[in-house]
Design a protein around this ligand. Structure first.
Ligand code: AHR
Length: 664
C-alpha cells in the first residue's frame, strides 16, 4: 500500500463525521429527554390518559377525567380531576413511565405538580415511587413492588399552585412507577406532573440524559442533524414538526403524535407522542455542549412521501412578510410561504439579536449569545419535481436574506439511485451547496460501493451522506442486528468517503438511538434501556473515523492498479497536521490475517513508535449488548516504525487505524 504523503489531496471537512438525531425508537421522550412521567400534562388529543391508570379496586374513586374547567393556561387546557366519595389509599392514579421508569439508589429526582383543591376535604397528595409489579390483566389489579421513595404534599389551595419535592430512591430499579393518591375525600385537580432526575448533562433543570450525551460527545461529532428524519414531515402536513411549538416554557409545549407511532407489528400500545420537552432550543444547546455544528432539517412543504402525497401549495415565489413571533396551529392550511417564513424565523431565533422578535425568544430562554447557525436543510429525503418546485423558491428566499447560511438539499433514498438523476442535475445547476443522500442497504452493497464517489465531480455541489446503515435482513426490518458484518462493511464504505474528501463533506449514520423495549427500526447506532446504554460496533466505527479524520486527504494506492476493495482490502489515509501524524485506515474483510507494508512516499521525518487502534472479531455476527457493551470495542497497541515502509499485520475481519508520527 502506498500512501502519497508528498501529494496531499483536499482538506478534510472539519465537520466531516457527525450525528443524525431523530425521535424514533423512543429516542427523545423515554430516551435522551429524561422526564420520567409519560403524558405529564394530559394534553394528548383524544388520548388524554395515555400512560396513566386508575388504581383498580378503589371503590372510593368515583371518577377521574380531564376537563377544561378553568385550566392552567390556554394551551395547556386539560388536567386530571380525582374525585373520591370517601378516603381510601387507592384513591389515585399511577403513571407507568416510558416502559417503566429507571431510577437509581440515592440519586435525586424532582417531583413537581400543579394542584388545585376542589369540594370536599382533601388535605394532601401522597407521592409514592415504587417498583412495578406483575402487570394487571382484566379485573386483576396490577401489583406494586417495593416502595422506593415517598413524600406527602400538603397546604392545598382552591387555586392552581405548583408544588415541588425531591425523591431519593432507596434502591435502583429499571422499571418503577409513580403513584399519586389523595389524602382525604373530595376532589383534587392535577396538571403538569413531572419527575425529573437532577443528574442531567451539565446539571440543567430541563437537561438531557448524561450517559447518552457522553457517548455523543466521545465521538467528537462535527455536526448534529435534527430533528429527523421523517418526523420533520409527519404523515400528514398537520402532523408536521413545527419548531416554533417546541420552544419557550416547557410546561406549555403541546404534544404531537409521533410519525413512528404504531409503525411496526411488535408495538403493543399506540403511545408514541412527542412532548417537545426536548425542543429546538435544547437541540441547539446540545450541539453547543458536544461541540457540533447544529444542522436543523426543515419541512419543505411536503408530508412524508412514504405515507401521503400532501403538499403545501406554491402560491408565490416570495416569502411571506415579517411574522409575529407565534406558532402555527396543527389544523392550519399552510402554503409554501409558511414553511419559508419558519426557516427565516429559525435563523433569527438562532442568530438574531435580542432586539429581534425571534432572537428575543432565545435570549428569554437563557442564551443571550447567538447559536451561530451556519446550515439548514431544506426537506428531508424528498426528491423529484414536487420537491424541486418547492425547494427553488425556498432556497432563494433563504439565500436572499441570509447569504451566508449553507443549505443542505435533499436527494431521497440513494442506494440504487443514479448520482446524476434529473433532480440532482437540477440541484447542481442551482448550485446546491450540499446534497443529502441516504442509503440503507446490505453489507455487501456498502463494500461494493466504496468507490461510489470516485468519479463524482470535484467542483460544484458536495455530498452529505446524511443517513446510512448496513442492514442484514431488509431495509428497516425489525430483525436486523448491529452485527460486526454491518459495521466493518460501513467502515469499508467510509474509506471511500474519506478518499473523496474533496466531494464528500459530511456523513452521519442513522438512526442514532433506540430503546431496547420500544423500537420501530433497526439497526441503530446506540441502544439503551431505562438505566444503561451501549455503543454498537457501528458506533465504534463512526467514532474511530471521527477521532482520526485528520486535516488533509492523502492519496492511497493499493498494489499496482488494484482498486479500493480489491481482495477485500480497503484503505484511506489522511495527514493530521494538528498532531503531526500520518493516519492510515485499513479494512481487512477476510477471515485470514493479512500482513501489509505501508510505504509512506515522500515522508520527511518519521517518529519511532506508531499507534494502532483495532476493531475486530473473527465472528461477523458478533454484536454488543447491554450486558456485553464492549464485546467489540477499540483495542490499542503501539508498533515500531523503523523506516518509511511500515509493516503491520491486519487481524482477520478487522478495521485498523494506524497513526504514524511523520512530517509531510
Ligand atoms: O432513519 C429512519 C428513517 O429513514 C428516516 O426517518 C427517514 O429519513 C429515512 O427513510
Amino acid at each position: 500500500i502506498t500512501v502519497q504523503v508528498n501529494k496531499p489531496g483536499a482538506p478534510v471537512s472539519p465537520i466531516m463525521y457527525g450525528l443524525f438525531f431523530e425521535d424514533i425508537n423512543f429516542a427523545a421522550d423515554g430516551g435522551l429527554y429524561p422526564e420520567l412521567v409519560k403524558n405529564k400534562s394530559f394534553e394528548i388529543q383524544g388520548q388524554h390518559f395515555i400512560g396513566w391508570n386508575a388504581l383498580l379496586g378503589a371503590a372510593a374513586l368515583q371518577t377521574y377525567t380531564v376537563t377544561t374547567d378553568r385550566p392552567l393556561s390556554a394551551t395547556n387546557n386539560h388536567f386530571a380531576r380525582l374525585t373520591a366519595a370517601q378516603a381510601s389509599p387507592n384513591a389515585g392514579i399511577v403513571n407507568e413511565g416510558f416502559r417503566g421508569m429507571g431510577v437509581k439508589q440515592g440519586a435525586e429526582y424532582t417531583f413537581s405538580v400543579y394542584l388545585r383543591r376542589g369540594p370536599g376535604n382533601v388535605s394532601g397528595l401522597n407521592v409514592t415511587l415504587e417498583e412495578q409489579g406483575r402487570p394487571g390483566s382484566g379485573p386483576v389489579a396490577a401489583t406494586a413492588g417495593r416502595v422506593l421513595a415517598q413524600a406527602q404534599i400538603g397546604g392545598l389551595t382552591p387555586e392552581w399552585k405548583k408544588y415541588t419535592v425531591v425523591l431519593k430512591p432507596t434502591a435502583t430499579a429499571a422499571k418503577a412507577q409513580l403513584k399519586l393518591t389523595m389524602e382525604g375525600a373530595g376532589t383534587l385537580d392535577l396538571d403538569v406532573v413531572s419527575l425529573f432526575p437532577k443528574d442531567t448533562w451539565n446539571k440543567r433543570e430541563n437537561g438531557l440524559r448524561p450517559d447518552l450525551v457522553q457517548l455523543f460527545k466521545d465521538m467528537q461529532p462535527g455536526f448534529l442533524r435534527f430533528p429527523g428524519g421523517c418526523i420533520v414531515e409527519g404523515r400528514t402536513l398537520s402532523e408536521r414538526y413545527q419548531w416554533k411549538e417546541t420552544i419557550g416554557d416547557v410546561a406549555a409545549r403541546v404534544p404531537l403524535i409521533n410519525r413512528w407511532n404504531m409503525e411496526f407489528k411488535h408495538r403493543s400500545t399506540p403511545d408514541y407522542y412527542q412532548s417537545f420537552g426536548l425542543g429546538f432550543f435544547e437541540y441547539f444547546q446540545l450541539s453547543e455542549d458536544i461541540g457540533a455544528e447544529p444542522v436543523p432539517i426543515l419541512n419543505v412543504g411536503m408530508a412524508c412521501q412514504f405515507n401521503s402525497s400532501e403538499l403545501a401549495p406554491v402560491t408565490s415565489t416570495a416569502a411571506a412578510g415579517p411574522s409575529a413571533p407565534e406558532a402555527h396551529s396543527h389544523d392550519d392550511d399552510p402554503t409554501l410561504e409558511t414553511f419559508i417564513q419558519d426557516a427565516l424565523d429559525l435563523v433569527e431565533f438562532a442568530n438574531g439579536p435580542a432586539s429581534s422578535p425571534w432572537g428575543a425568544k432565545r435570549v428569554a430562554m437563557g442564551h443571550p449569545a447567538p447559536f451561530n447557525l451556519k446550515y439548514i436543510g431544506i426537506g428531508n429525503e424528498q426528491w423529484g419535481p414536487q420537491y424541486l418546485e418547492r425547494y427553488e423558491p425556498f432556497m432563494k428566499a433563504v439565500k436572499a436574506k441570509y447569504p451566508n447560511i449553507n443549505i443542505v438539499s435533499s436527494a431521497g433514498p440513494a442506494p440504487d439511485g443514479d448520482l446524476f438523476d434529473k433532480a440532482t442535475k437540477r440541484l447542481r445547476e442551482l448550485k446546491a451547496e450540499v446534497i443529502d443522500e441516504h442509503y440503507y442497504a446490505s453489507p455487501e452493497w456498502f463494500r461494493k460501493n466504496a468507490g461510489r464517489y470516485d468519479n463524482y465531480p470535484t467542483t460544484g455541489s458536495k455530498i452529505f451522506a446524511g443517513e446510512y446503515a448496513a442492514q442484514t435482513v431488509a431495509i428497516g426490518s425489525p430483525d436486523n442486528k448491529n452485527s460486526w458484518d454491518t459495521a466493518i462493511s460501513e467502515a469499508a464504505f467510509m474509506t471511500g468517503l474519506e478518499r473523496n474528501a474533496d466531494k464528500v463533506t459530511m456523513a452521519s449514520y442513522a438512526p442514532m438511538l433506540a430503546h431496547v423495549d420500544a423500537w420501530q427500526w433497526t439497526p441503530n447506532m446506540i441502544w439503551f434501556d431505562n438505566l444503561r446504554s451501549y455503543g454498537t460496533p457501528n458506533y465504534y466505527v463512526q467514532k474511530l473515523f471521527s477521532l482520526n479524520k485528520g486535516t488533509t486527504m492523502l492519496p492511497v494506492q493499493l498494489s499496482a492498479g488494484a482498486r479500493n476493495g480489491q481482495d477485500n482490502l480497503f484503505s484511506s489515509a489522511v495527514a493530521d497536521d494538528k498532531t503531526g501524524d500520518i493516519v492510515v485506515k485499513l479494512v481487512n474483510y477476510s477471515a485470514e490475517a493479512r500482513p501489509v507494508t505501508v510505504a509512506l512516499q515522500g515522508v520527511k521525518k518519521l517518529g519511532k513508535t506508531g499507534k494502532a487502534t483495532v476493531l475486530s472479531s473473527p465472528d461477523l455476527n458478533a454484536v454488543n449488548s447491554l450486558d456485553q457493551p464492549l464485546n467489540i470495542a477499540p483495542q490499542e497497541a503501539s508498533f515500531k516504525v523503523s523506516s518509511s515502509n511500515v509493516t503491520y499485520t491486519l487481524a482477520p475481519n478487522s478495521f485498523t487505524v494506524l497513526r504514524i508520527p511523520g512530517k509531510r
